[in-house]
Design a binder for this molecule. Structure first.
Ligand code: FAD
Length: 495
């Protein structure tokens, strides 16, 4: 038998793990090197005194068996699909005067609710919900795997897609006469400022069809399942193995060197780790272009959801929506960021998250990396600031749940430095979009390959520039399929 080509993959986030599974199924000899002691990267959870705090999945695209993306998870981690929770309510936007806008996962119910809040806006509401229903027949998430032939089917609908793709939720909101809807509507899709209406509609339709949901057990269990699949297929997963250099000969990648000096040779190297580190450290900035230099020079100081306060609550919070977006009467400055709304996520639907009769609340916010870095990780000032941040968020939570303080048993704060340490991501950031570059990144990604470097690819969020474990898994699947062609092997998705 001919020798198997050797693949080395940097990073065991979902991107790296998915690449590893497809590579093993297709007959490569695959080594994944992961700096951490567990798999998952950003897709993670952590246990504190019996409570499980989750750092990632709100919604898993492709969870439902009717989803066109379901095959991905059937291929990668079928056991995680056995217990999916589908939400009836996506989120509830509230203000301090008792108004609330409930975003039902069912479009008809959502429409009726909107009209009950603002009968005067019935026309705009009808038009919006009709447009969302378009995605019941044309799957938004299927676009991620669309072939040129599939795109042809969408072609006649381009004017519709452009119309709603160019309009943000803020712009839609301005059409309402009702003052509460004008205020609340832009917040129906998490805290995603400038979110195109099209994205919310695709998401709403996927929730309506029960294509998206929460895999019981959460993010780390999800990643661990894919890691198990990889090793059972014979893949070699090396934890606690930080890559410090990509080995290159004659502008061809030929392996990696770990921090302890060990080397692993390879026929192809894939980086599924942080883009900035890969390009400017592991490859010393030798393979870049104008776009990449510009992209990484524009790194923001913060991106959304990079500060997380998790609370273990000795109370059964069932009956509440899974998420509440609570508009504060007065904005408050916390850890270098002006907090105007409290994003409250209530884990009251998965018994594995908290001991019986108890619940978890996660508060997501944003905070500048430089703010935390200046304090110095591990210093007393850093610890004190974490405590201060926890206290400030708990005070805000009391505005919505006045008597909850006595039930808070466990408090955990994860900062941008926490993300940097555990995911080795540059400043704890996820992929971002420099002004005016969203379209370019949507079409071409950030860096699936590097200019001038052969036998090397990237996958994951720094390759495609997209957020979402489904999109990084698709990118990895496509990459291994293309490598199979190069190495004249059959691309396999079972094993
Ligand atoms: C708060 C939050 C909520 C989210 N919610 C959702 C959601 O609901 N649904 C969804 O689909 N997605 C969600 N996401 C996005 C999702 O988590 C990411 O898009 C995805 O996990 C990125 O995966 P990745 O494999 O590309 O990168 P990463 O997760 O960053 O993985 C990179 C891996 O490489 C390793 N690594 C880096 N450098 C090295 C090195 N030199 N040597 C060895 N190893 C290295 C890291 O340790 C890490 O394990 C959320 C993210 C956040 C932060």
């Amino acid at each position: 038998m001919a020798q198997q080509p050797v693949l080395v993959i940097i990073g065991a986030g979902i991107g790296g793990l998915a690449a590893g599974v497809y590579a093993q199924m297709s007959g490569f000899e695959t080594h994944i090197f992961e700096q951490h002691t567990i798999p998952g990267g950003f897709c993670t959870s952590w246990k504190r005194k019996g409570y499980l705090f989750d750092g990632c999945i709100h919604d898993l695209a492709g969870a439902g068996s009717n989803s066109p993306l379901n095959h991905l998870w059937q291929e990668l981690c079928p056991d995680r699909l056995e217990n999916i929770h589908y939400h009836d309510v996506i989120t509830q936007v509230e203000d301090s005067h008792g108004h609330h806008l409930t975003v039902y996962a069912n479009i008809d119910r959502f429409e009726a609710h909107l009209k009950s809040i603002a009968p005067e806006d019935a026309g705009v509401i009808k038009e919006y919900c009709a447009a969302a229903r378009y995605f019941l027949a044309h799957d938004f998430y299927a676009l991620q795997e669309a072939t040129p032939a599939d795109f042809l089917q969408w072609f006649p609908h381009l004017p519709f897609l452009f119309r709603w793709g160019r309009q943000s939720l803020e712009q839609v909101a301005r059409k309402f006469k009702n003052p509460f809807l004008r205020e609340a509507f832009p917040k129906i899709q998490y805290n995603f400022a400038g979110c195109p209406a099209l994205v919310q509609m695709g998401f709403l339709a996927a929730q309506h069809k029960k294509e998206m949901g929460w895999p019981a057990g959460g993010s780390l269990a999800f990643a661990q399942s894919i890691a198990r699949r990889f090793t059972r297929l014979g893949g070699q997963l090396h934890y606690h193995s930080r890559v410090r250099k990509v080995l290159v000969e004659n502008d061809q990648a030929c392996g990696v060197e770990l921090e302890d000096g060990q080397q692993q040779r390879a026929d192809w190297v894939i980086s599924a780790g942080d883009g900035h580190t890969t390009i400017f450290k592991l490859l010393e900035g030798k393979y870049t272009n104008k776009f990449l230099r510009h992209y990484y020079t524009c790194a923001p100081d913060e991106n959304s959801m990079n500060l997380q306060v998790s609370l273990g609550i000795n109370r059964n919070l069932s009956g509440l929506p899974r998420a509440i977006f609570y508009h504060l009467e007065q904005p408050v400055s916390i850890a270098g960021h002006e907090v105007k709304d409290l994003e409250i996520e209530i884990y009251n639907y998965d018994p594995s998250i908290a001991p019986q009769g108890k619940s978890v609340i996660r508060l997501l916010s944003t905070s500048p990396y430089s703010y935390w870095n200046a304090l110095g990780y591990g210093s007393e000032a850093y610890q004190q600031e974490k405590q201060k941040v926890a206290d400030a968020f708990i005070d805000l939570l009391l505005q919505r749940f006045p008597d909850i303080r006595q039930d808070i048993e466990v408090v955990d704060v994860a900062t941008p430095i926490t993300s940097e340490r555990y995911t080795a991501s540059y400043h704890g950031l996820q992929a971002w979009y420099p002004e005016g570059q969203f379209g370019r990144i949507l079409m071409k990604g950030i860096s699936p390959n590097l200019p001038g470097l052969k036998r090397f690819s990237m996958t994951g969020q720094w390759s495609n520039g997209m957020m979402g474990i489904n999109s990084v898994a698709i990118t990895s699947r496509n990459l291994i399929r293309s490598l199979c062609k190069k190495f004249k092997m059959r691309f396999e998705t079972t094993g």
